[in-house]
Design a protein around this ligand. Structure first.
Ligand code: NAD
Length: 297
C-alpha cells in the first residue's frame, strides 16, 4: 500500500485515481477546478485542499494535467516539490513536450526527488478499465519503484529510455493516430458520396491492409464500434484541442531536430482549422464533419 498524491482529476485522472484507490493505495486527490473536486468526492476519493497537500505526506506524486506549462506550474509555482519529502517519486502522466518533461525531471532531481515521464495511451476507456499503456522515461531505479503503482492503472508498461523518452514515444503515437483518423475520414466520406455503406467499407478494410487501431476502435461514423465517439455526437473521448496540442508538440520537435514531417504538418493545419471552426470540447474524430462539409465544417 502506497500513499499517492494525485493532481489533475479530469477525464483521465479521475478514473486512474479511482483504480489506485481500488487497488488499496491511499489516494490524496487534488484538482484546481472545484467541479472536478466535487466529482472526485462523489466517486468516493479523499480530496485535499491544495496540490502541496496532495504531496506533503505522499510516497508517490502523480500528475495528469493538460500541458507542459501545467506540470511545471504544479512542480514549481504550486510548491509541490517544496512540500514533498525528499526521495518522493514524481510520475507525470500528462502528454507534454520533451523540453518541459526534461525540465520537470531536472527540477525534481534538484529538489532531491526521483521522477519519471509516463504518458499513456488507451483513452478514457483504458483509464476506466485499468488497461492503459504507459510509455516511461527516466532512470531504471525509479522505473522499478513505480511498477506496482502503474500496474494498478495499466496493462502494458514500457520503459522507453532516459528522461523524456516516454514523451518522444507518445508524440509519435499521437501524430500517427491523428493523421490516420483524417485519412479514414476522407475515405468514409468519398465512400458515402459514391454510395458504399459504412458497414461494407468497415468490414472490408478492418481486415485488410488499410486497417488500423483508429479504424477498429474509433471509426468516425456511428453504429459500427461500441467505443467510437461518433455514437454520441462526438462528445470526447479525446478533445480536438488536446490533439492540436500534441500535433504541435510533434511539429516543434521535428523542426528542432531538422526532421521532415510534411504529412504531420498538413494534419496539424487541418485539426487547427477544425478547432477554430467552433469545435473546442468535441472529439478529434469529428474532423469527418469538416471533410464532409457538414454543419461543423
Ligand atoms: P482534462 O482537461 O479532462 O483534465 C485535466 C485536469 O487537470 C482538469 O480537471 C484541470 O482542472 C486539471 N488541472 C489543470 N491545471 C491544473 C493545476 N495547475 N492544478 C491542478 N489541476 C489542474 O484532460 P484529460 O483528457 O484528462 O487529459 C490529461 C492529459 O492526458 C493530457 O495531457 C492529455 O493529452 C493526456 N491524454 C488524454 C487522453 C484522453 O483520451 N483524454 C488519452 C491519453 C492521454
Amino acid at each position: 500500500m502506497t500513499t499517492i498524491g494525485f493532481i489533475g482529476l479530469g477525464r483521465m485522472g479521475l478514473p486512474m485515481a479511482r483504480n489506485l484507490a481500488k487497488a488499496g493505495h491511499v489516494v490524496r486527490a487534488f484538482d484546481k477546478a472545484s467541479a472536478a473536486i466535487d466529482t472526485a468526492k462523489e466517486a468516493g476519493l479523499p480530496t485535499v485542499a491544495s496540490a502541496g497537500h496532495a504531496a506533503d505526506s505522499a510516497e508517490v506524486v502523480i500528475t495528469m494535467l493538460p500541458a507542459g506549462h501545467d506540470t511545471l506550474a504544479v512542480y514549481e509555482t504550486a510548491g509541490v516539490l517544496k512540500q514533498a519529502r525528499p526521495g518522493t517519486l514524481f510520475i507525470d502522466c500528462s502528454t507534454i513536450d520533451v523540453v518541459s518533461a526534461r525540465r520537470a525531471h531536472a527540477l525534481a532531481a534538484t529538489a532531491g526527488m526521483r521522477s519519471l515521464d509516463a504518458p499513456v495511451s488507451g483513452g478514457v476507456a483504458g483509464a476506466e478499465a485499468g488497461t492503459l499503456t504507459f510509455m516511461i522515461g527516466g532512470e531504471e531505479a525509479a522505473f522499478a519503484a513505480a511498477r506496482g503503482v502503474l500496474e494498478a492503472m495499466g496493462k502494458r508498461i514500457v520503459h522507453c529510455g532516459g528522461p523524456g523518452a516516454g514523451q518522444i514515444a507518445k508524440m509519435c503515437n499521437q501524430m500517427m493516430v491523428a493523421t490516420n483518423m483524417a485519412v479514414i475520414a476522407e475515405a468514409f466520406v468519398l465512400a458515402e458520396k459514391l454510395g458504399l455503406s459504412h458497414k461494407a467499407l468497415f468490414e472490408v478494410v478492418s481486415t485488410s491492409s488499410g486497417g488500423s487501431w483508429a479504424l477498429s476502435n474509433y471509426v468516425p461514423v456511428p453504429g459500427l464500434v461500441a467505443t467510437s465517439a461518433a455514437n454520441h455526437d462526438f462528445a470526447p473521448g479525446f478533445t480536438t484541442e488536446l490533439m492540436v496540442k500534441d500535433l504541435k508538440i510533434f511539429q516543434e520537435a521535428a523542426r528542432e531536430a531538422s526532421s521532415a514531417s510534411p504529412v504531420g504538418a498538413v494534419a496539424t493545419a487541418l485539426y487547427e482549422l477544425f478547432l477554430s471552426a467552433g469545435n473546442k470540447g468535441r472529439d478529434y474524430s469529428a474532423i469527418i464533419e469538416m471533410i464532409r462539409g457538414g454543419r461543423h465544417g
